[in-house]
Ligand binder design. Structure first.
Ligand SMILES: Nc1nc2c(ncn2[C@@H]2O[C@H](COP(=O)(O)OP(=O)(O)OP(=O)(O)O)[C@@H](O)[C@H]2O)c(=O)[nH]1
Ligand SMILES: [Zn+2]
Length: 212
């Protein structure tokens, strides 16, 4: 799978206030935008309690979106090939993440579950969680994030197959709009042997705890 949505690695807001970010004109413009938003909801952006809020919000969004600065495939560069012929599924479940929807900038809170069939090397399992975060920390829709994670593992490890299942609650449905208490969206992507073999898919699905 081609990852056509690899991030632009420049032109983003810095994710911290270090290294001169305070002087970045985009940072200042974004703060003005938050001040305008505060005024639009009937607040006084000049009152004491809100004076530092625009800068905080911009910093927070830079942090929520820090994944744009990462190259997720590069996270999988270090692999281990001394696995004594291990060829079965590697399954990592319940990788929690927070993302933000690109429609409302509302939080998406969920868990990703990943399986892959190694062809020769395996990767440190923390790297799979790092890949999830690199895509979650962007503005997303869940379907795209799911496909991106699968595509990244495919590109980074060239395994015999990948399965990614994502379960998440969307703030834009639970906190506003239709206001449903806890609808959970499941998306999944399978490649290679997992795309061809429903029994391999089922092994990943069976490994996912039913509660969270
Ligand atoms: N498929 C998909 N839809 C999403 C995701 N996140 C949010 N949405 C939906 O995106 C849609 C945006 O719809 P619009 O009609 O443009 O926006 P809206 O008027 O705010 O819609 P409501 O949420 O129904 O009030 C909504 O139906 C959201 O529930 C996602 O990850 N995947
Ligand atoms: Zn939304």
């Amino acid at each position: 799978m081609n990852d056509t949505d690899l991030p632009k690695l420049s032109g983003r807001l810095p994710s911290t206030l270090d290294d001169g970010a305070v002087d970045d004109p985009r940072f200042r413009a974004a703060e003005d935008g938050i001040r305008a938003l505060l005024a639009a909801i009937g607040e006084d952006p000049g009152r004491d309690g809100l004076r530092d809020t625009p800068a905080r919000v911009v910093r927070a969004f830079a942090e929520y979106c820090a994944g744009y600065a990462q190259d997720p495939v590069a996270l999988l560069r270090k692999t281990f090939d001394e696995v004594s012929g291990y060829r079965d599924l590697v399954i990592l479940t319940d990788i929690d993440f927070v993302s933000h929807c690109e429609h409302h900038l509302a939080p998406i809170v969920g868990r990703a579950h990943i399986a892959y069939l190694p062809s020769k090397a395996v990767v440190g399992i923390s790297k799979l969680a790092r890949v999830v975060d690199a895509y979650a920390r962007r503005l997303q829709i869940q379907e795209r994030m799911t496909a991106q994670i699968a595509g990244c593992i495919e590109a980074g490890l060239a395994p015999s197959g990948v399965g990614v299942v994502v379960d998440a609650e969307h703030g834009c449905m639970t906190l506003r709009g239709v206001n449903k208490r806890a609808p959970r969206l499941r998306t999944q992507a399978f490649t290679g042997r997992l795309a061809d073999d429903p029994r391999l898919q089922q092994r990943l699905l069976d490994a996912i705890p039913t509660t969270w």
